[in-house]
Design a protein around this ligand. Structure first.
Ligand code: F6P
Length: 477
């Protein structure tokens, strides 16, 4: 392995094991924005992706078949971090998704702190750091991703001080007063500061992190650079910045322009009863995404006849996620109750008010859905970025369509021409949906053009290149 090669360390591998009804295992692309964003940075480049295979391994169980080496023209290698069922329950379901995830999303659900779960988080982070230390050539660049691995940068630095280490947080970094609840707040901040370059989705996230660094450690930043005490009484620098993650615009554009996508979009419209207006939501089934908000807003609009049920349908695609965590079972129940209520009271035989798909759909099918949709509803209560909003904009090659977007997403900073909404304000969400539904062709075109112009210049390749360039120059001696 040469110095130019890149090592990605992320909780999940880009593929995950899915066990079918008869016990057969297949490998599917992992859900979520991280894989979609990071994969293109490795395409055509040699490197290693270190992560967990998404499987809850139990002792005595037969091991999984190997991950196909060459699937989707992968040039890089995959190194699995073996995690036992109990590790995953404590580290992933527990500390990552029952403490950090809700805390970092403004405590929308109550974070639950258990000492044994943090211990498991520390142990799991050490396994990832050791795997990276084994895989990296002298002086190599290692890019660590997301909230599940915040201790890895410092652990890896102590194992391999020769490496260039970057860290990127894909989710929001919360306001200092919230973060300071965390019993292990110092350990987390010190863990992240093991990186030479620390990236956040927004300048607000970077600012919050610098504020807690100063408050907890007494290390003020100068021009976004924190001086960190290093080995043998020396000092090193950790640079903090904002890098808005994006989508692979070229690939999506190619898909959007393909005749298959256009045909499929047409077919979908027909299958949905050729209504005047199709509204669409696409999300991981997560309580931060505000799926319930938009379904309630839509149902009320139908009940009040401000949208015509004979002329309007809503499609909600919800990808199952973190199903062992209680809050995720609760949001699934809530969403399914709303869908059942809406269809029972407003739908007709053969014409439900809401088409609900609980599945993970391939990008080709999503692009056709995006093209079929007149209005895209993206209403998270809090979201680091939200790549679905960007995918929708990338799909609108004719500059049409309308995006209703929560103010509390990172994407809102880049797409102020969308219909911005406060998802806590139900009337405001309803107004925005009606305004988007009634907007004239010229207005929609003006808004979509501006969003597309920004997106075309800020694709995921640019995001990765800017991060890696800064990481390389920051650590040059
Ligand atoms: O982007 C946030 C994130 O948690 C990623 O870290 C992850 O890859 C994705 O969402 C999906 O979550 P999970 O891996 O828990 O299914």
């Amino acid at each position: 392995m040469s110095e130019d090669e890149l090592i990605i360390v992320a909780n999940r591998l880009p593929v995950e094991a899915v066990t079918g009804p008869t016990g057969e295992v297949t490998w599917k692309v992992s859900p979520g924005g991280l894989v979609a964003a990071v994969e293109p940075s490795l395409k055509g480049r040699q490197g290693v992706w270190i992560g967990w295979n998404g499987h809850y391994e139990t002792p005595g169980e037969s091991t999984l078949p190997p991950i196909p080496e060459t699937a989707d023209n992968r040039d890089y290698r995959i190194a699995e971090v073996p995690l036992k069922r109990q590790d995953v329950e404590l580290y992933y379901d527990g500390f990552s998704n029952s403490a950090l995830w809700p805390l970092y999303h403004d405590a929308i659900a109550t974070p639950i702190y258990h000492r044994n779960e943090f211990d498991a988080y520390r142990r799991a982070n050490m396994l990832f750091a050791q795997a990276a230390a084994r895989a990296a050539a002298p002086g190599a660049t290692v890019w660590v991703h997301d909230y599940q691995l915040q201790l890895v940068p410092a652990m890896l630095r102590s194992l391999r001080p020769d490496l260039r280490i970057g860290f990127f947080l894909h989710i929001p970094f919360p306001a200092p007063d919230l973060f300071l609840q965390l019993p292990w707040r110092r350990a987390i901040v010190l863990g992240i500061l093991g990186a030479d370059l620390v990236g956040f989705q927004t300048t607000g996230g970077a600012r919050n992190f610098l504020a807690v660094t100063e408050r907890l450690l007494g290390w003020p930043a100068k021009s976004n650079i924190v001086e960190v005490p290093g080995a043998h009484g020396g000092r090193r620098e950790s640079k903090v910045g904002a890098f808005a993650v994006s989508v692979d615009v070229d690939r999506l554009d190619r898909l959007a322009r393909s005749p298959e996508t256009a045909n499929r979009a047409q077919q979908l419209r027909k299958d949905l009863g050729s209504p005047r207006t199709i509204l669409l939501g696409v999300d991981r089934l997560d309580y931060t995404k505000g799926i319930d908000v938009r379904l309630r807003a839509y149902t009320e609009l139908l009940e009040e006849k401000r949208l015509d049920p004979a002329e309007t349908v809503l499609v909600q695609v919800a990808t199952p996620s973190r199903e062992n965590v209680d809050e995720y079972q609760r949001i699934r129940d809530d969403v399914e109750l709303i869908v059942g209520h809406a269809n029972g009271s407003l739908g007709r035989i053969g014409a439900p008010a809401i088409h609900y798909v609980r599945d993970s759909l391939p990008i080709e099918e999503l692009m056709a859905l995006y093209q079929a949709a007149d209005i895209m509803l993206v209403t998270p209560l809090r979201d680091g970025m939200n790549l679905v909003a960007k995918e929708y904009v990338a799909s609108r090659i004719n500059d049409d369509g309308a995006l209703v977007l929560s103010e509390f997403t990172g994407a809102a900073r880049e797409m102020p021409q969308s219909w911005l909404v406060n998802p806590y304000d139900m009337d405001g969400v309803k107004e925005a949906i009606v305004a988007a539904a009634n907007a004239g062709h010229d207005e929609k075109r003006r808004r979509m053009r501006a969003m597309r112009a920004h997106l075309l210049k800020h694709d995921v390749q640019r995001w990765a290149a800017e991060f890696i360039d800064q990481l390389t120059t920051t650590t040059e001696t």
